[in-house]
Design a protein around this ligand. Structure first.
Ligand code: C5P
Length: 443
């Protein structure tokens, strides 16, 4: 177990999400970690040190310890604590704490400990959406990631305490545990993967190709036919698959490196990133990698069905067509990548497609599942494109040996939550295949 016997310092800064720290301590304790809580001065307004002390069964360090600990040798000195930590987790991390960290200001015990420690540091920000998006916060976060190698646990999207809806909520506790386990693991050995929170790394050693983003079909060097896909779904799938132990090839039209948090998450030893712009580039990247060792292909990319028949090497001039205000663009059909790959798949390989429909969602998606010889299809409507949240339905042939389709309609939620559900159902399919193979071998 990654947490067993590990010393975790939970540094809590003063945001409303600080109340969740009591439960977080309880989860870490259940997983066998020793937890030492350190509260910033303002965190004491949100969570009682006594609650954390009862839960962690350790002394809780607060601002007053900054100067009094030396006098009381009954407790471990906080600097000593910083030295023996296996991980420092700052959760929640407020905008103020993040910015002070980036400047090396140390006006609170939290900072003394972080600055005095050589342990890996993971931080889980929580703040108002606009504060999160503010340039200065993003700049400070980039510094913490790039220069100090801090690991960021991105906030989730939803209702915030300040009354707005958007990104900025403290990540789900389960996600905080997964990130913490990852940071601890990669410090110890990248290969030694074990159970996290009772849920095993159920995709360990699975080789998964995920396509992501919207393709661009170029008309000339500067113009293209595209769509509004943001690549959020593919990113969420890659993130979740990596945390569950998979080896992932992410073929994407989106440059995730521009977002420091995404870039940090994708800085994973089990990930290969490939860029593709056009449908044809995406097809070539996928087909070049889709060999017998691949277990799963997830085509979450919004691939254009058509591309311009002719490509102009130079920018098309308006005056080329002086006596006509219209221009005709002839389109030609792209190869359907997922259909093509699924047509040649091996029995152990699982192919998942997506289906965006504006009408008869479930019916049309189910038809596509059959037509394209897929093992699962994820149906969504056009609101899913370009948003952080989506309402999806997961459709696949039932694994209980009946011919029925399993149709799981989920509520509108974060794409990361959808990714988790998709991978949970993928696991059911993989398990059923495994059992079938065992039956064949033993029969
Ligand atoms: O038929 P439709 O385009 O709605 O199918 C969507 C699914 O097919 C998605 O999984 C998409 O990634 C995939 N697709 C593809 N190649 C294309 C067009 C779509 O793989 N040329």
């Amino acid at each position: 177990m990654p947490f067993h016997g590990k010393n975790i310092i939970l540094a809590i800064s003063g945001g409303i999400a600080a109340y969740k720290s009591v439960e977080l301590v309880s989860l870490f304790k259940k997983l066998g970690a020793n937890v030492y809580c350190v509260l910033s001065e303002s965190a004491e307004n949100f969570v009682a040190p006594l609650s954390l002390e009862v839960m962690s069964k350790n002394k809780v360090y607060t601002k007053q310890d900054k100067h009094t600990i030396e006098a009381n040798k009954a407790y471990i000195d906080h600097i000593e604590l910083a030295k023996t930590a296996d991980l420092i987790l700052l959760a929640p991390a407020t905008a103020n704490t993040i910015s002070k960290l980036a400047c090396g200001i140390s006006d609170d015990l939290i900072f003394d400990i972080i600055l005095a420690s050589q342990a890996p540091i993971a931080i889980a920000p929580a703040m108002n959406t606009n504060m999160w998006a503010h340039k200065v916060i993003q700049k400070n976060l980039s510094f913490l990631i790039d220069e100090l190698n801090y690991h960021i646990i991105p906030p989730s999207t939803g209702d915030l305490a300040c009354g707005v809806q958007g990104i900025g909520r403290l990540a789900e506790l389960n996600d905080i545990l997964k990130h913490s386990a990852y940071v601890l693991e990669t410090q110890i050995t990248k290969m030694d993967k074990d159970d996290i929170v009772g849920k095993s790394l159920d995709l360990a050693n699975k080789n998964i190709i995920i396509s992501s983003g919207g393709t661009r079909e170029f008309i000339d060097p500067v113009r293209f036919i595209g769509n509004t896909s943001s690549g959020e779904m593919g990113f969420a799938l890659a993130q979740e698959a990596l945390y569950r132990g998979a080896n992932v090839i992410l073929v994407s039209t989106v440059d995730y490196e521009k977002d420091p948090i995404k870039a940090a998450i994708l800085e994973h030893p089990n990930l290969v990133k490939l860029r593709a712009n056009t449908s044809e580039e995406m097809r070539m990247a996928i087909e070049a990698n889709f060999d017998d060792s691949v277990d799963v292909l997830i085509m979450s990319a919004a691939v254009a069905d058509f591309r311009p028949k002719e490509y102009s090497d130079s920018k098309i001039k308006k005056e080329k067509n002086p006596d006509n205000s219209t221009i005709n663009l002839e389109l030609t059909e792209n190869i359907d990548i997922v259909k093509h790959v699924a047509g040649n798949k091996l029995p152990h390989q699982v192919i998942i497609g997506f289906s965006l429909e504006t009408e008869n969602l479930l019916e049309n998606a189910s038809k596509k599942l059959i037509d394209k010889n897929l093992d699962m299809i994820v149906a969504n409507n056009q609101e899913a494109l370009g948003n952080y949240q989506s309402q999806i339905s997961i459709i696949y042939p039932s694994t209980d040996k009946t011919q029925d389709l399993e149709i799981v309609e989920l509520e509108l939620q974060d794409k990361l939550e959808n990714a988790k559900s998709i991978l949970d159902h993928l696991n059911l399919i993989l398990k059923a295949r495994n059992e079938k193979n065992t039956d064949i071998i033993s029969g």
